[in-house]
Design a protein around this ligand. Structure first.
Ligand code: CNA
Length: 385
């Protein structure tokens, strides 16, 4: 079993199909039952080890950091009504999430391995980072339930917007405007209140045909995606690999709960299947080419530069903590004085309010407080502005 941080929760209910309610039992089931229709369902938690924050993890999740921006609700960053008023927080986030800067995790490679082994029926993802594609999973095996950055349209006249202009806008932290009507342009990511892509509804029933379901890195709180595990037939094992128990998983006799990080969980399952080396080799192949990287980014940092970076990082961390507490104090004070509860209703006012709240008695680097590590470009933007 090794020293995995993951804990297999094995309750007293005897399984009906599995030999045991653990990953060894799942591996035997896969081999002995010639499993061929595995449905995988994932969320932001499979990408956190790539460096992309999820939404809801305490402290590290985007919502705890976006809260500092003083949005009416952190979810508003993905709300179409809010976007119309103020698209900037979304574009700050877009730059962080946009494909091209992150390496797939070993959990993404595990999905590719399932495909190579001929077991994958469909991969349902809520993620917009395209990392499964980068890991080599073919596009027609993936249902991007919440859309992706692959295309973008004007939210008013619906005209398509060119890819190259979009990439440039995201990289430069600019809000792109429609070439035809000057409306706001948004990547075809599904915002709260918007319909899911047709692909989701066309494939939604597939879990009913699955002979195994693997769910990883999701809080299963966003509907209708969260309803997918419930469509898996009784008697078909469902494996949850997640930091926490979610979505009522564990309630059926053949549910297997692997509570811990996705990377450890998939490594453990691969080991039980005798696929460990293949998995590691597959993940290794996702490393960006070292030569190309050096050509693009210059030589690796010297020891002195590394030490300076570490000092800067620690300094930012201290600033961040201080920033949080002074901003909080300020907000409480203003709240008590009854001056802070006004909702702004224009993009300009929202920006101003954020700046006012965060800027009270702080220097520039503190003015984005805890967001520096999530939105470093905001720190730069504030400094230059
Ligand atoms: P969420 O609600 O933030 O939940 C994430 C879940 O993953 C939580 O239960 C965490 O405990 C768990 N988790 C976090 N890290 C790990 C880890 N390393 N190993 C195992 N479990 C972990 O995110 P959901 O995906 O459930 O919510 C759906 C939203 C998130 C979708 O609309 C996405 O578009 C959106 N999102 C996507 C990305 C991305 O594309 N990478 C990033 C942030 C948010």
């Amino acid at each position: 079993m090794g020293n995995e941080s993951s804990t297999v929760v094995d309750d007293s209910t005897p399984p009906s199909v599995l030999e045991a309610r653990n990953l060894e039992g799942v591996a035997k089931y896969i081999k002995q039952r010639s499993v061929q229709r595995v449905v995988v369902m994932v969320g932001a938690g499979i990408s956190t080890s790539a460096g992309i924050p999820d939404f809801r993890s305490p402290d590290t999740g985007l919502y705890s950091n976006l809260a500092y921006l003083d949005l009416p609700e952190p979810e508003d960053v993905f709300d179409i009504g809010f976007f119309r008023e103020n698209p900037r927080p979304f574009y700050a986030l877009a730059r962080e999430l946009a494909p091209g800067q992150f390496r797939p995790t070993i959990a993404h490679s595990f999905i590719k391995l399932l495909y190579d082994e001929g077991l994958l029926m469909k991969h349902f993802t809520q993620n917009i980072d395209c990392l499964e594609r980068l890991a080599g999973v073919p596009g027609d095996m993936i249902v991007e339930a919440h859309g992706s950055f692959a295309t973008q349209h004007c939210i008013d006249c619906k005209a398509e917007y060119p890819d190259d202009l979009m990439k440039a806008a995201v990289a430069k932290e600019e809000v792109p405007h429609c070439l035809q009507c000057q409306g706001l342009v948004k990547p075809d990511i599904v915002f709260f209140g918007e319909a899911l892509p047709a692909d989701f509804f066309e494939n939604r029933e597939l879990p009913e045909q699955a002979d195994l379901c693997i769910i990883m890195g999701t809080s299963l709180t966003v509907q209708p995606f969260a309803s997918l595990p419930g469509l898996v037939r009784e008697g078909v094992p469902r494996v949850l690999i997640n930091m926490e128990r979610v979505g009522g998983l564990g309630s059926r006799p053949d549910d297997v709960l692997v509570l811990g990080d996705c990377d450890t969980g998939v490594r453990k399952l691969a080991r039980a299947l005798g696929w460990e080396q293949q998995l590691e080799a597959m993940w290794e192949a996702t490393k960006p080419d070292q030569g190309t990287r050096e050509a693009e980014q210059g030589p690796p940092p010297t020891r002195e530069e590394q030490l300076q970076d570490e000092v800067d990082r620690l300094t930012e961390e201290v600033d961040r903590t201080l920033g949080f507490s002074s901003a909080y104090e300020e907000r409480v004070r203003r709240h008590l004085e009854g001056t802070s509860s006004q909702k702004t209703d224009s993009a300009e006012e929202t920006t101003r309010r954020t700046t006012t709240t965060t800027g009270a008695g702080q220097n520039d680097s503190e003015s984005v407080g805890g967001l520096g590590h999530v939105f470093p470009h905001l720190a730069r933007a504030n400094k230059s502005g």
